[in-house]
Ligand binder design. Structure first.
Ligand SMILES: *Cc1c(COP(=O)(O)O)cnc(C)c1O
Length: 385
């Protein structure tokens, strides 16, 4: 059996090696390292793929979130609602900008921000909601957009884990995640579903004026060379990363399909195991992994294990040379940096439970049946012993 990896970047590279190597060499020969034609081409191709009017490339997914919030003109003291159960980048940029993070609980079935908790958290100071399409499954965007409309709030989608996912609205219309809110961010960190070979990120919007503002912010607040109209940052995607992303983007749907196929096999193997809850694979159809709306791109395949010592399971898998992850072991409201007297433990019952139960299994585009069978057998042996 091939050695099991949490993410197999080498195996994926082997399939596109010649193309990637040649295009990287071409960029080096061209010496257009920054803001070169490759960045511009990638931007256009990603706009077409997502069905969004504007893609603004930047240096990483955390910058993308920060720049999106700067572009919306959010001011110190404005409250921004986001999920308690996610990667810290989301709350970090809210705090860095002097905005007030308002963390709320998540839904135990889809792990995404709980719409009832959003409604309860809204105050006159609330200015924006940041749903995170956690683990690759779209947050309930119909409901979130309705709440935002009713309260005149911005929606900033954190699409770092969801790129390529499709969301089907109640009226049957389909959109890619990241093309639904007022603005969205993504990350091209190597292990993300569309990863480059270093750091990278992008902001998406359909709003022409906002896109213009964002293009200046990423470039030191310049709209005309050496005229700094607003306080900006330096945040760029470089041409080498862009050319690698151009080679990978045409494969993104196939990559996500490979992840869904592996997820389906995992879920099938765990079907009869009563103390394992498999991830919901579709934002509409409960537990099935749906190919109709393609709403889950399985950035992570995350189980909940009940009546089991989760940390002992992690140790057991590691002892069997099966890497795994705990995303995330500590709720954000309980992190030192983001703790706040405003928070009441009773408002975070789901996150507090999930952090004890979740475990993410190896998930990437190169998993084979032999590996999946070994992983599922090892997990089942442990949780049923
Ligand atoms: C990875 C990630 C980010 C940050 O992306 P970087 O490119 O690493 O800065 C932000 N939000 C979520 C949900 C992520 O998973």
């Amino acid at each position: 059996m091939k050695k099991i990896q949490m993410v197999d970047l080498k195996g994926q590279y082997e399939h596109i090696k010649e193309q990637v190597n040649q295009s990287v060499l071409d960029v080096i020969e061209s010496t257009a390292f920054i803001n070169g034609p490759e960045v511009h081409q990638f931007q256009k191709e990603l706009e077409d793929y997502l069905g969004v009017k504007h893609v603004i490339p930047c240096a990483n997914g955390t910058d993308a979130l920060q720049i999106a919030m700067m572009g919306l003109g959010l001011k110190a003291g404005d409250e921004v609602i986001t999920a308690d159960f996610t990667f810290a980048a989301t709350v970090e940029v809210i705090a860095l900008l002097g905005l007030t993070p308002v963390l709320v609980d998540v839904d135990p079935v889809n792990f995404n921000i709980d719409i009832h908790a959003i409604k309860r958290a809204i105050t006159p100071k609330t200015k924006a909601i940041v749903p995170v399409h956690l683990f690759g499954l779209s947050a309930p965007m119909d409901e979130i957009m309705e709440i935002a409309k009713a309260h005149n709030l911005y929606v900033i989608e954190d699409n770092a884990q969801g790129i390529g996912a499709t969301y089907t609205s109640k009226d049957g219309s389909k959109k890619k995640t990241g093309a639904i809110g007022h603005v969205a961010s993504t990350s091209f960190f190597p292990s993300k579903n569309l990863g480059c070979y270093g750091d990278g990120g992008a902001i998406f919007t359909n709003d022409d004026d906002l896109a213009h503002t964002l293009r200046g912010i990423v470039n030191h607040g310049m709209y005309v060379r050496y005229h700094h109209d607003v306080v900006g940052v330096n945040s760029r995607l470089d041409s080498i990363q862009a050319t690698i992303l151009r080679a990978k983007l045409p494969n993104l749907d196939a990559y996500n399909m490979a992840r869904r196929n592996a997820s389906r096999k995992y879920t099938k193997a765990f079907e009869e195991i009563s103390n394992i809850i498999t991830p919901t694979g579709c934002c509409k159809n409960g537990n099935s992994i749906c190919d109709v709306c393609d709403c889950h791109v399985f950035h992570q395949y995350t189980l909940r294990v009940l009546n089991t010592d989760r940390d002992a399971l992690v140790a057991n898998l590691n002892a069997n040379e099966i890497p795994c992850g705990v995303y995330y072991p500590i709720p954000l409201h309980a992190q030192k940096a983001y703790a706040d007297e405003r928070y009441d433990e009773a408002d975070f019952t789901v996150t507090n439970q999930l952090v004890k139960e979740v475990i993410s299994l190896p998930m990437h585009t190169e998993l084979d049946d032999e590996q999946i069978n070994f992983i599922t057998k090892t997990v089942i042996d442990f949780v049923t012993k």
